[in-house]
Design a protein around this ligand. Structure first.
Ligand code: PLP
Length: 404
């Protein structure tokens, strides 16, 4: 019979994990509670298109199926399979990136971020990250025991990065800057001038730029996306991209990094990146065969995806403009809106009560960061118009009932 031993004690997690938060998934616990009580949840918190009426293009699925049938089920080279790397290079060249030094494929952009930050930062260094930001960055920094150094995105300026704030925050130990463009959670898209100005700061202070461009094909207004690395061919830049959003396959966990810039400047760092790439063997192998299919094949799905997203963005903005206490900068890319809300209590209480009382799930601004004294929540406008309308009507009722 099993006898418990008195010698066993609690196994405690590393202290540095106290700073790891991921509000988006943490809120799911409250939603689960409400769902178990039999209520239908209106999920405006999930950035996964496949949960809604979006499907992975069939030619990508065929490519992965064929690879599996052909027994491409072993390990791949650590940087990824040759045809996929070649197609990423070609795509980067089409976007005007001319100084490519390396391309590597990872298990989602999440792993690109993990590896690129781990390969760069020593204790005491810092990395500039946006506020509000996609919380993966602060989680990885916490894991590395590296402190946060955030710069504001300026709501008054359509959520463009606040250049003065960036200038103020650069210290002798600042090693790089993260720019998420199109942005999560605001949906903003950087202007060319802004990219040029950030690149100039990087030049002056010898910073590497991590250009998270995972939403680059989801530009909702007329203008095409401008790649940071195309604007700054000399500056060390790692451009992040992947299949999760543009190609509607987040569960396949395929992302990549494109390293560009002056060779002499970036190559020593890339040796570090490659060491880590080798240490974790490789990214998901058969799924890599979807990369050339995606980048070189038909792009028809994007027309339909953008049509739906524009219609849902417009519906979202109409509601924001018509609803007392709510205001919002119109998103120009991705599928997020980050409305400001004028309420007398904290936004995490607002969001928790909204789930409990109206069963609508959005994420509170304090989960992404915001200027002191301001309150926001993030909407994912992926659900269809009927679901969005029901959710917005419920949030409107909630605001009226709770705050009069
Ligand atoms: N970067 C941003 C800005 C994101 O919004 C996300 C996912 O939502 C990721 C990276 C992670 O992407 P992946 O699914 O490729 O790991």
């Amino acid at each position: 019979m099993f006898m418990p031993t008195t010698q066993l004690r609690e196994i405690s997690p590393a202290v540095r994990l106290e700073n790891v938060r991921y509000a988006i998934r943490d809120l799911a616990c409250v939603a689960d509670e409400v769902s178990k009580q039999g209520h239908k949840i209106l999920p405006l918190n999930i950035g996964d298109p496949n949960v809604f009426d979006f499907q992975t293009p069939p030619h990508l699925i065929e490519a992965v199926y064929k690879a599996m049938r052909e027994n491409k089920n072993g390990y791949s080279p650590s940087s990824g399979i040759a045809p996929a790397v070649a197609s990423i290079r070609d795509e980067a060249a089409r976007k005007g990136i001319t100084t490519i030094q390396d391309v590597f494929i990872t298990s989602g952009v999440s792993e690109t971020v993990d590896i690129c930050l781990a390969a760069l930062l020593n204790p005491g260094d810092n990395l500039l990250t946006p506020c509000p930001d996609y919380p993966l960055y602060s989680a990885v920094l916490a894991k590395l025991d590296v402190g946060l150094n955030t710069y504001y995105l300026d709501e008054e300026d359509g959520w463009q990065p606040d250049l003065d704030d960036i200038r103020k925050k650069i210290t002798p130990r600042t090693r790089g800057i993260v720019l998420i463009n199109p942005n999560n959670p605001t949906g903003s898209v950087c202007t060319r001038k802004m990219l040029e100005d950030v690149a100039e700061l990087a030049r002056q202070h010898n910073l590497i730029i991590f250009a998270d461009e995972i939403y680059d094909k989801l530009i909702l207004d007329e203008d095409a996306h401008i790649a940071m690395a195309a604007v700054a061919p000399d500056v060390p830049v790692i451009t992040f991209g992947g299949l999760s959003k543009n190609y509607l396959a987040p569960g396949w966990r395929i992302g990549w990094g494109i390293a560009s810039g002056e060779g002499f400047a970036i190559k020593p760092y890339l040796e570090g990146v490659n060491k880590l790439l080798r240490a974790r063997l490789c990214a998901n192998h058969p799924e890599q065969y979807a990369i050339p299919a995606a980048l070189n094949g038909p792009q028809d799905h994007l027309v339909e995806v953008k049509r739906k997203l524009r219609s849902r963005r417009d519906l979202t903005m109409k509601w924001c403009n018509d609803t007392p206490r709510v205001s919002c900068v119109s998103p120009r890319g991705a599928f997020y809106a980050y409305p400001r809300v004028d309420i007398p209590e904290a936004d995490d209480i607002f969001v928790t009560e909204l789930i409990r009382q109206k069963h609508v799930v959005v994420v509170h601004g304090s989960g992404f960061g915001q200027r002191p004294g301001t309150k926001h929540f993030r909407i994912v406008f992926l659900p269809d118009e009927k679901t969005l309308s029901a959710a917005y009507s419920a949030i409107g009722d909630f605001l009226r009932e709770r705050y009069h």
